[in-house]
Design a protein around this ligand. Structure first.
Ligand code: FAD
Length: 568
């Protein structure tokens, strides 16, 4: 009873009048001494990061029994899908950020925020070592240590340069709001420099050559935004040099937007060629110097080419933050790209540490071991083969145990393999065909390694944050009743249902008011109607009405007045 009382009551002596109706109306009087009141210890939760995962966790945490300390080097949440729009002034930087204190203000939970970066995690002693982001008068940065009962690591990822020489020094990245602002200023700088009378024609061409490395969604969207900016706004302001502008998209693989449906890839490549964006596939960047990019042309037997450029943007995937690498080596997770967790987002080999978002991944080795056991069980006669029906059952079993991989395991790839194997056995009845288990396992592991189980997207990070907050909201209740509601328990299982990712689709804006949308069920839509869907989804996904209003007004301003080309 006392535990349920809200805090102000718990802290005082209380006189309780108890009446029992049964037994003839006995009146009991009892005074509860302070000693009798069981003090409720608040669990300290430390959250590292205020990105998609961290913010989504904090927005959904409702249980006031936690004392939360948030540590992040930025005191705002950034809506990353709109960063490419910031690079060209379609949307202002301020419109895509929301101060985290604004988000916390509305919460019942006691949340403290420190603008600092985490330098080290000491998992053995449950401590986090941090350094403030702000320098004092002596130009020193304060350092402090925070204890935790639960640690939530949601620090995202670094850029990944694959150790390519010269990338760090000469390329722009598009990860943070500051990066987008810097790119915008550099684009305008290039146009202003190329307009100077002393610059030669050759040099003008170089300065106005914009190279984008990486044909993933971010690189493609940036190329499309830059093309729109140049053709719709800058050509009117710089008529003398407009014909010298060139945009090149360099991709090491065979196609851009490799993770999208083939129809989208083909449409994007075709549209870019029509727009005059030079898409160079099979071109791997091996070195970047101040004025030139060297590429290895895979299609021409590895020939090395050099391309002069004015501005280069590097967008080739994500890497691990140094302090996360250090933490991973402390807990024996060496040579991994991201922190391995179980299906409940708990970091393996630790207690009370959770990792989510881009810095985490679900342990694939363990999943593969489990999959091997499932295959073994299904192969009742130990023949090393399964019928198609048995294989379907295996797939269903895997998907039930690992709901988060369902999307990929049930993907066309696996079924294509099964089809191929069927064909190779000739024209036999479907059910009687036998599939080789070893080949199937290899196929599964390929799907696994290619897809990394969960993509590094805002969608995944945000769903993980919401899931974990719901677990934390119910944690205390579950600890009190360790058996828990039956439906949440299974043999050897955690008391909560495992995290289940729900894929809601993905967009690839291609410029010229056209977007490609790949929605659940492999439903593909490309064109102007999808662009309107993109506007509606991104407006609705804003974290506050303030940013929603700002973003919509920026889009309207752009429609009426065009983009602003000043360097501010
Ligand atoms: P982040 O959102 O990166 O947040 C990490 C947080 O950790 C930040 O607050 C950071 O300041 C903080 N941090 C960093 N270092 C430390 C430290 N040492 N100590 C404490 N805190 C630290 N995904 C989509 O689903 N759809 C899209 O359209 C899309 N578009 C994108 C466009 C761009 C340009 C980019 C860069 C990404 C895009 N993504 C998109 C991917 C998406 O942004 C990421 O997957 C998502 O941000 C991951 O969330 P996170 O919380 O793990 O990391």
């Amino acid at each position: 009873f006392f535990q349920r009382l809200s805090r102000p009551f718990r802290d005082h002596k209380l006189v309780i009048l108890c009446t029992t109706v049964s037994g003839g109306g006995l009146l009991a009087y009892c005074e509860a001494s302070e000693a009798a009141v069981v003090p409720v210890t608040e669990k300290k939760v430390v959250v590292l990061g205020t990105g998609w995962a961290g913010t989504s966790f904090l927005r959904n945490l409702d249980n006031p029994r936690y004392e939360v300390h948030v540590v992040s080097p930025r005191n705002y949440f950034a809506f990353t899908p709109l960063l490419p729009s910031v690079t060209c002034g379609t949307v202002e930087a301020r419109s895509v950020v929301e101060p985290v204190r604004n988000i916390f203000r509305k919460k019942k939970v006691n949340i403290q925020f420190s603008e600092a970066e985490c330098l080290k995690i000491d998992a053995a002693n449950r401590k986090v070592f941090c350094r403030s982001n702000i320098s004092n008068n002596l130009n020193e940065k304060e350092e402090f240590v925070v204890d935790y009962d639960y640690l939530i690591i949601a620090v995202g990822a670094n850029v990944n340069t694959f150790n390519t020489p010269g990338v760090m020094e000469n390329c722009h990245f598009l990860k943070e709001v500051e990066d987008a602002q810097k790119i915008r200023r550099t684009v305008i700088d290039c146009f202003e420099r190329a307009s100077l009378p002393s610059v030669s024609e050759e040099e003008k061409k170089r300065i106005l050559h914009f190279a984008i490395v990486g044909g993933g969604p971010t690189g493609v969207e940036f190329a499309a935004s830059l093309h729109d900016f140049v053709t719709e706004d800058l050509v009117k302001l710089y008529p003398g040099i407009k014909d010298l502008v060139k945009i090149t998209l360099l991709e090491a693989g065979d196609h851009i937007l490799g993770m999208f449906d083939k129809r989208i890839t083909a449409f994007a490549e075709d549209k870019f060629r029509r727009d005059g964006i030079d898409v160079k596939t099979g071109s791997m960047v091996v070195k970047v110097s101040e004025k030139e990019i060297s590429t290895k042309e895979m299609k021409n037997g590895g020939e090395i080419k050099t391309i002069p450029y004015g501005m280069a943007v590097w967008s080739t995937g994500i890497g691990t933050r140094p302090f996360i690498k250090d933490f991973m080596s402390q807990i024996g997770q060496i040579n991994r790209r991201a922190i391995a967790t179980d299906e409940w987002l708990r970091v393996e080999a630790t207690s009370n540490v959770y990792a989510l978002g881009d810095c985490a991944t679900i342990n694939q080795r363990k999943v593969m071991e489990d999959i091997a056991v499932i295959f073994k069980k299904a192969d009742k006669d130990n023949s090393g083969t399964l019928t198609v029906k048995e294989f379907q059952e295996v797939l269903d079993d895997i998907c039930e145990r690992y709901p988060q991989v369902e999307l990929y395991l049930k993907s066309k790839q696996l079924h294509d393999i099964a089809d191929l194997m069927k064909e190779s056995k000739g024209d036999v009845k479907k059910e009687s065909i036998e599939l080789n288990i070893e080949e199937l396992k290899t196929a599964l592991s390929k799907v696994d390694s290619q897809m990394k189980f969960l993509p590094a997207t805002a969608q995944v990070a945000s769903q993980q944050g919401t899931y974990l907050a719901k677990c934390f909201n119910r944690m205390e209740e579950c600890e009190k009743n360790p058996e828990g509601p039956l439906r949440f328990r299974g043999e050897g299982r955690h008391r909560f249902k495992p995290f289940r990712y729900k894929h809601l689709g993905q967009f690839a804006p291609l410029g010229g008011e056209q977007t490609a949308a790949q929605l659940p069920g492999d439903w593909v839509s490309i064109g102007h109607s999808s662009q309107w869907l993109w506007y509606s989804v991104y407006a609705s996904k804003q974290v506050s009405w303030r940013t929603r209003a700002l973003v919509v007004s920026d889009w309207t301003r752009r429609f009426i007045f065009g983009r602003d080309s000043s360097q501010i």
